[in-house]
Design a protein around this ligand. Structure first.
Ligand code: AMP
Length: 176
């Protein structure tokens, strides 16, 4: 990707201090999604490193993860698998819990969403502590799939999320 486009993408991410609570600098990607030139560039760039990786499923977690995972799945000619918070999926599920600052949260996936041996790409907007991505990886592995890659729009390297991803290959378009 041209430097000039990457700069425009970075400039279209809006910083919101103290959202959703004091001390968090929220990376708001809505201006980027709303830009007809930049959004497809983001999708192509997040898919590109995994084009020849044999990916058959792309996993996205609610809710901003869905917005990126769906077009990336189409770009890679792979299926889309939505991961949801506990209690939202209608069919039989498997679940994985992860630690939040206070307490835990649980993500779920349909038990037939991934077949054993499938190669899976995990997608989200922001990699912070890595808890969400690690729980998604656990879901893939519980179903016998292989989480070969993780594609993030934004990585916050100071929070060391990468360390929770084991041998999955991480690509992040922007780092702050
Ligand atoms: P974590 O599990 O700590 O890696 O957090 C990742 C999840 O929380 C992602 O689904 C993000 O959408 C969200 N998130 C974490 N930190 C931020 C941030 N600074 N700005 C926007 N979203 C964030």
């Amino acid at each position: 990707m041209k430097d000039e486009i990457l700069k425009k993408i970075s400039a279209a991410v809006r910083d919101i201090p103290d959202f959703p609570k004091k001390g968090i600098l929220f990376k708001d990607i809505m201006p980027l999604l709303g830009d007809a030139e930049l959004f497809p560039e983001v999708i192509k760039a997040m898919a590109a490193p995994f084009r020849n990786a044999g990916i058959t499923k792309v996993l996205g977690s609610e809710s901003r993860g869905f917005l990126l995972a769906a077009p990336i799945a189409m770009e890679l000619k792979a299926g889309l698998v939505p991961v949801r918070k506990k209690g939202k999926l209608p069919y039989k599920t498997v679940s994985a819990s992860y630690a939040l600052e206070y307490g835990t949260d649980t993500l779920e996936i349909h038990e037939d969403a991934i077949k054993p041996g499938e190669k899976v790409l995990i997608v989200d907007d922001v990699l912070a502590t890595g808890g969400t991505a690690a729980a998604m990886k656990e879901l893939v592995e519980k179903l016998g799939g292989s989480a070969v890659g993780v594609s993030m729009l934004i990585e916050l390297p100071v929070l060391n999320g990468k360390e929770k991803l084991g041998d999955s290959r991480l690509f992040s378009l922007l780092k702050y």
